[in-house]
Write a protein that binds this ligand. Structure first.
Ligand code: 1YM
Length: 254
């Protein structure tokens, strides 16, 4: 770690602050906070869908307790950040965001504790691996112990696909339990699939080798389909069989 620069120290101090008071950044160190780690990464993929560049999102639970979130969007930019002078992707994953692009959270509709961000997830992870496919090259960076890294971001191969893959394992010294609950993930992903018509979301659970699970969530109907689905799930007779749906725009707010 002798090759850390002064600005690296400032960044690590920021990530260390998150580890000292995780609840302030992720809400809780219980089940809610644990799953919030996934929502934060997933939301970046959903935002990429809302921006019109991504139509597939995969979430996979691994045997080693890690999780993989992958989208087929543009890929987090890997160019050198104009002021921080490091790859933008590393800024996203290490700098507690303030300023510039990171202030556009008002546009975020993905829900939850808005934009605590990828750097918080990194800070609270045992390890995190970021892989970016830019249509030409595969860029990779690994972080350990809450955002520390031994190697710079590097090119590990060539590709014709684009997208972002994030693999991480929440830190068991931070969270009371690090076991993700399949049903919590399934409910939330289904909701996101309904709210983002057309987006294909695939949930896979590979934790039990003998009983791998998978669910593909893709709906064309949006909120009306969601209300119909909820009603069907409840099993009771609906008071109004036709779902009432009203949409409008006022002062550019829908
Ligand atoms: C599995 C997680 O993070 N996808 C993702 C993130 C970004 C972009 C695309 C992206 C955004 C923009 C331009 C933009 C992010 N980029 C940034 C930042 N998936 C996941 N896909 N190009 C690519 O917002 O203008 C933050 S997130 F700030 F670097 F642009």
């Amino acid at each position: 770690m002798s090759n850390y620069s002064g600005s690296d120290i400032v960044i690590l101090e920021g990530l260390e602050a998150v580890r000292k008071r995780p609840g302030m950044y992720i809400g809780s160190t219980g089940t809610r906070g644990l799953h919030h780690m996934i929502w934060e990464i997933l939301d970046n993929g959903i935002d990429e869908h809302l921006a019109g560049f991504c139509n597939e999102l995969h979430l996979t639970l691994l045997k080693d307790g890690g999780v993989v979130v992958e989208d087929n969007g543009r890929g987090v930019p890997v160019d050198i950040h104009p002021t921080k002078k490091i790859p933008t992707a590393r800024v996203v994953y290490t700098v507690l965001h303030a300023g510039g692009k990171f202030n556009s959270d008002v546009y975020k509709v993905s829900g939850g504790l808005h934009g605590v961000g990828a750097s918080v997830v990194n800070a609270l992870s045992e390890w995190l691996e970021l892989t970016v496919y830019d249509g030409k090259e595969i860029h990779f960076q690994r972080f350990e112990n809450g955002g520390h890294y031994k190697e710079q971001m590097k090119v590990i191969g060539t590709t014709d696909k684009t997208g972002t893959q994030v693999r991480f394992k929440p830190d068991s010294t931070i969270f009371h339990s690090t076991e993700f609950k399949y049903d919590i993930l399934l409910d939330r992903l289904r909701e996101q699939a309904f709210l983002n018509a057309g987006l294909k979301i695939v949930l896979s659970d590979l934790r039990d080798e003998d009983k791998p699970k998978q669910e593909v969530l893709q709906y064309e109907g949006g909120i009306i389909s969601y209300v119909e689905w909820l009603q069907k799930k409840r099993g009771a007779e609906a008071l109004h069989p036709d779902v009432v749906y009203i949409e409008g725009l006022l002062d550019n707010i829908s």
